[in-house]
Design a binder for this molecule. Structure first.
Ligand SMILES: [Zn+2]
Length: 62
C-alpha cells in the first residue's frame, strides 16, 4: 500500500485544522506623509507617496 491516508478526516476535524488559517492580518503600516493606514511596502492610497516620494498623482482626480 502506498502512502495514502487510511481514513478520510471528518468535516469537524478538517475545520479544526483550518481554524488557524485565517488569523494572519494584513501587514498595515502608517504612511510617513499623511499618517493614514497603508499596506506595508505599498504606495499610500491616500496621498500616493511611497518612502517620501510622490509615486501616484492623487491631485488629478476625476
Ligand atoms: Zn499617505
Amino acid at each position: 500500500m502506498g502512502p495514502l491516508p487510511k481514513k478520510r478526516h471528518s468535516i469537524s476535524r478538517r475545520n479544526k485544522r483550518r481554524s488557524h488559517d485565517g488569523l494572519t492580518l494584513k501587514q498595515l503600516d502608517r504612511c510617513e506623509n499623511c499618517g493614514s493606514y497603508r499596506l506595508a511596502h505599498h504606495v499610500c492610497p491616500n496621498c500616493g507617496q511611497y518612502r517620501g516620494r510622490q509615486v501616484v498623482d492623487v491631485t488629478s482626480e476625476k
